[in-house]
Write a protein of this length. Structure first.
Length: 422
């Protein structure tokens, strides 16, 4: 075997499912596994947001064992935290590590003392700032600023995988972003389970907006900052001012909406109503007219009637949403929604398809509106990148990943913008 291939084979392999927070934590684990000298390990970082995500993880684990018969397979993430014994019972799995333990260097010894290393996540009170220097094969960096969730939406199992809400101190966030910018990253995404709940557990009770304002002031050389999923009911005034005045905060906000009908939102135990979502989008657009919104939706939630679902469809237009993440409802055992009257699976899928179709139309309108404009494109790979509005664009020429390229947007081909570098 050539030396370069031997070195590559010695690298820890990580398979990541789910959210941006998992992406971040996979890099933390990669560094811990390297430092522990693990030269033949596969880490599966699972997601528990849907039953399908868990099924895919188990399927992947079986495939990995066939492909890597001698490797040590370690399973972690939210699904492993919530039901560790189910994964430990799989003959393909060598060890199961919990969501707290996976971020601790001492968990990555060569000879595990026990197959299941999972604690009570609800007992965790702190979120450490895990400083990492870069991300494998990614143009942008994700920085964890918050962990866990204190809310109990009736459909969601994630609080039982992530534990209570806890925040990374502002100084640790600033330190990490400074290191990433020094390493050459031009875009940073602040991530967490519920980032708009940032701060109450820290001295002085800083808000998310206060932390972002300090971060941008302390790292003036950071060109682009994005925020992960926001709860429209938890916005603070500092964040509103930044939306209006800070050009380095990208004009792209992703919202955790889930539905557009008040009764369904109440049964979901969401804290906002339909009018709150509409008012939020109008206020943001008044402050930042070029903003583009993304949103998460669940189709076919228990008890949802056709009229209720149509309220969600209309919300896409009323809020001017563009990038939709749509999931057919998936019952999670142990959640209140799983005990509610269920909608037939075929209806859930059909409604999800209709909602995605409305989203595709909204996306097409947004892309068309960008033609003729000039954009700053963050190159992700070869000639493909993202504009400030998170629209995919092809540049017609290869550029270094992570570089920023000023580009004239000239058209649309195969659902993607195309442009000419200036």
């Amino acid at each position: 075997m050539p030396d370069d291939l031997r070195l590559k084979a010695a690298e820890p392999e990580i398979v990541t499912f789910g959210c941006r927070l998992n992406t971040y934590e996979s890099e933390v684990m990669r560094n811990h596994a390297r430092n522990a000298g693990l030269d033949d390990v596969v880490i599966v970082n699972t997601c528990a947001v849907t039953s399908e995500a868990e099924r895919q993880a188990r399927q992947t684990i079986r495939k990995l064992r066939r492909e890597r018969p001698g490797a040590r397979i370690v399973v972690t993430g939210c699904a492993a935290q919530i039901d560790p014994q189910r994964f430990a019972a799989m003959p393909e799995v060598d060890q199961v590590i919990g969501n707290q333990e996976k971020l601790q260097p001492e968990s990555w010894g060569l000879a595990p003392a026990e197959k299941v290393l999972v604690n009570d996540i609800m007992s965790v009170k702190e979120t450490a700032g895990h400083l990492i220097g870069g991300f494998e094969d990614r143009a942008r960096a994700f920085v964890q600023v918050q962990q866990g969730c204190d809310h109990r939406c009736t459909f969601c199992i994630i609080p039982y995988g992530r534990g209570p809400s806890r925040s990374v101190p502002m100084g640790g966030v600033v330190e990490q972003v400074q290191a990433l910018v020094k390493a050459g990253y031009n875009e940073v995404v602040l991530s967490g389970v519920d980032i708009t709940s940032y701060g109450p557990d820290l001295p002085g009770n800083p808000s998310l907006g206060q932390m972002v304002r300090r971060l941008l002031a302390c790292v003036p050389e950071l060109p682009r900052l994005r925020l992960s999923s926001l709860d429209c009911i938890e916005m603070d005034e500092d964040l509103w001012r930044l939306i209006e005045t800070e050009p380095r905060l990208m004009p792209h906000l992703h919202l955790s909406l889930q539905a557009g009908d008040d009764m369904i939102l109440k049964r979901m135990k969401r804290r906002h109503g339909r009018a709150d979502a509409v008012a939020f989008c109008r206020r943001v657009r008044a402050l930042r007219p070029d903003v583009v919104f993304g949103a998460d939706f669940i189709a076919g939630f228990p008890t949802e009637t056709e009229e209720m679902f149509e309220n969600t469809l209309r919300l896409v237009e009323e809020c001017g949403l563009t990038w939709l993440h749509v999931f057919p409802y998936s019952p999670r055992p142990g959640t209140p929604a799983a005990r509610m009257p269920q909608i037939d699976g075929s209806v859930r899928k059909e409604r999800a398809a209709r909602l995605r179709a409305v989203g595709a139309e909204a996306e097409a309108r947004t892309l068309a509106s960008l033609i003729g404009r000039t954009a700053s494109v963050l190159v992700e790979k070869d000639d493909l990148g993202r504009t400030e509005h998170f629209a995919e664009i092809r540049l017609g020429a290869v550029h270094p990943p992570g570089s920023l390229v000023r580009t004239a947007i000239t058209g649309i081909v195969d659902g993607k913008l195309v442009g000419t570098p200036l």
